[in-house]
Design a protein around this ligand. Structure first.
Ligand SMILES: Cc1cc2nc3c(=O)[nH]c(=O)nc-3n(C[C@H](O)[C@H](O)[C@H](O)COP(=O)(O)OP(=O)(O)OC[C@H]3O[C@@H](n4cnc5c(N)ncnc54)[C@H](O)[C@@H]3O)c2cc1C
Length: 422
């Protein structure tokens, strides 16, 4: 099914096509999926001299990695208060350090391979309820005091309003370590870098079936890859290769739109280079693009298929943030599929002796996914310290089984989304 072009497709230099697999090949590691996770893994393995084959059923970056909001968050999807409560201070601290390592890894890839992806610093968390602000300020103080994280600062209503011209925000915090980038440019940069190091990338090549064993064999329409290790990096777009993963990751459609170029008018909405994410359960997030458009993500659609009218959905969300929205016209609107888990922790696991997976970043994969890919690669290379920590995070199967889990989730989501409005 052909998808509408995204702003990223229209504004990012194209990537050469990589040929489909034709014939049988041998590799040290076979990776399924050429998004952040798969390419993050492939790159690290190739840097260490391993023979890597990447199978991608579409084009590199055609999944969530090339069509997301581009927001870079510190830490995991659950905040440190929640992690401390769930796992105690020591493990929470280790997880915080991993989140920081993920951002350092992202920035390291950008600088090492000179990836031109418009990386900008600063992410504002904006509270849409006045009663949330004291908690957010306490959290910023907690990160500074307990974690020694200097990159975060509380922000009051007046200072926030000077940057974000949305009357419904009451305060929040700024994370100068987070930020944003053009995700398609980044994922294409990873693909180029991996290919440059000898990774055999095969686009338009679906992994159809895994024949377990040592070595493992991965069947595609026109050839078989025989490998010592298999890395599953298809996130929520991968179906049928691991029943276990299918039960734990739920695909949710999410929408993004980009306005026409606004020039100086952009300051009437967003007078900063930083990105913004708000406190709603169905998060609204927005940021400036390099050519001074407003990129806005939001809208609610709990379907697993591409959204029919993404512009309408995003517009509904935009109206709630910017009542003075009439002059904002979208040039692009699209949807993508986010892989979420029940606990919102990523699924990082050894599925079988030589089969590893990382997926389900629950809307926070820009920094986490490439790093998780590198963590899987390190596990193959014999250094599994970070893997051991991540693989202990609980990610149960969704209740309701394949037939009922989606309707049950829709009900839960609609309930929380309704609470956003009151
Ligand atoms: C609209 C939207 C907005 C988002 N906004 C943000 C954001 O602002 N910040 C943030 O941190 N995160 C965001 N995310 C989440 C983030 O994009 C993902 O967490 C991340 O891209 C996951 O990367 P991945 O490589 O694991 O998966 P993907 O990028 O989806 O890559 C998986 C690849 O595997 C391929 N594949 C699947 N099955 C097979 C098979 N059998 N054979 C061969 N290939 C296969 C797919 O074609 C795909 O290219 C957003 C996601 C969406 C959809």
């Amino acid at each position: 099914m052909s998808r509408p072009a995204t702003y990223y497709d229209a504004s990012t230099p194209s990537l050469r096509a990589f040929p489909p697999l034709d014939g049988d090949v041998r590799a040290d590691v076979c990776v399924v999926g050429a998004g952040f996770t798969g390419l993050g893994a492939a790159l690290r393995l190739a840097e260490r001299g391993l023979r890597v084959v990447v199978l991608e059923k579409g084009a590199a970056g055609s999944g969530a990695s090339g069509r997301n909001g581009g927001q870079i968050h510190s830490g995991l999807r659950r905040d440190q208060f929640a992690l401390e409560k769930a796992f105690g201070e020591k493990v929470a601290r280790q997880l915080w350090d991993l989140g920081q390592a993920a951002i350092a890894h992202l920035d390291g890839c950008i600088s090492r391979y000179d990836i031109q992806c418009g990386r900008k610093r600063g992410l504002i968390y904006a509270d849409h309820r006045a009663r949330f602000v004291p908690h957010t300020h306490a959290y910023a103080e907690h990160l500074r005091a307990r974690y020694g994280y200097e990159g975060v600062a509380p922000i009051g209503r007046n200072a926030l309003q000077a940057l974000v011209k949305a009357p419904g925000y009451h305060g929040g915090m700024v994370d100068y370590g987070g930020g944003h980038l053009n995700p398609l440019a980044f994922v294409r940069g990873l693909a180029e870098a991996a290919a440059g190091l000898g990774v055999a990338l095969h686009e338009q090549t679906e992994a159809l079936r895994v024949e377990p064993g040592s070595p493992v064999r991965i069947h595609t329409p026109a050839g078989v890859v025989t490998a010592d290790w298999l890395i599953l990096a298809g996130d929520s777009l991968m179906k049928g290769l691991s029943a276990d993963a299918d039960a734990r990751i739920l695909p949710i459609a999410s929408t993004v739109a980009v306005t026409e170029p606004l020039g100086a008018r952009l300051d009437d909405y967003l007078a900063t280079d930083m990105a913004v994410a708000d406190s709603r359960f169905v998060v609204n997030y927005f940021r400036p693009t390099e050519d001074r458009r407003l990129l806005f993500g939001g809208g609610e659609s709990y379907s697993t298929t591409p959204v029919r009218d993404p512009a309408r959905l995003v517009h509904e969300a935009l109206k709630r943030v910017f009542p003075d929205h009439a002059a904002l016209r979208f040039d692009y609107a699209w949807s993508g599929v986010v892989g979420i888990t029940q606990t919102r922790y990523p699924l990082v696991r050894r599925m079988d002796g030589n089969v590893l997976i990382a997926a389900g970043y629950s809307g926070q994969g820009v920094a986490l996914a490439p790093f998780a890919g590198a963590v899987l690669a390190e596990t193959v290379l014999g250094n599994s310290r970070d893997f051991e920590l991540l693989s202990r995070l609980p990610v149960p199967a969704f209740p309701g089984g394949a037939a009922l889990r989606q309707p049950l989730l829709v009900l839960a989501m609609l309930y929380y989304a309704a609470r956003d409005r009151f």
